[in-house]
Ligand binder design. Sequence first.
Ligand SMILES: [Zn+2]
Length: 281
Amino acid sequence: MYTVLFEKIAKRAAVIRNEGDFTDDETGLLRCGKCSEPKQQVVDVYFAHKKIVAFRACRCEREADAREKTALAEHDRRQRQKQLDMGIKSEAFKGYTFDSDDKRNIETTKLCCQFVRHFAEFEALSTGLLFCGDVGGGKSFFAGCIANALIKRNIPVLFTSLRDLVDNRQAAKYCGEELIDLKMYRLFVLDDVGSERLNKADLDTAFCIVDDIYLLQRPLIVTTNLTISQIDNPSSQEIARLYSRIRERAPKAVFISNKKQNRLTEAKAKLAIIDKILGGE
Ligand SMILES: [Zn+2]
């Protein structure tokens, strides 16, 4: 039953002769012409009561193998880096980091840090966050902070918009553009959901994309200027099924208020007091 296997081993051992290789007079085995190490070895297959000549890697072979392994590892590393870099295309979004946070909304900063810290748990639950609230409150900024912090930890995140994903899928279908491979990413950030203008065909495509993310069981972070009531009571059936899918992967709504606006309001209130003082008797 081992005959075929032995023949294969013998065949491999026999076809490795290169120019300059020579036979060792003493052992009868082939030696490398470059490093002089044996390229064959006798293996005692005791259970078959047989000795066979098998392949042996000489130093040149071992070094070539090591070089190939290093090159493959470097290729993998570059691919991973490319994948990480591709996750956030916009330079502006790359600048959304906890380091650049002005801490004006410390509760949200803390919440986002907690999300990053416990990402594995959110990943296991396949759920993310829905950032809603005041315009200018920094919803995209906080989503970007999470994305950049995870990318820094070598976790691939795709920070994008429904519009871009729809455009990519349609361009891939009709113009041969490279389709974004959703499988590569462990978190998706859909920025400014609800602001995009999607016709019926776009909505169908958007649903397919969100459904793919849903089936991949990846967590989702969504930022939107819509209110929860607008998300839960959309204007059409198509939008309803799209938002319902989104809500399944981003069930936790986080209201982000515009603290800057509050500060301005405070400033305005002070101005009114100052005006009163200056204008008074
Ligand atoms: Zn050699």
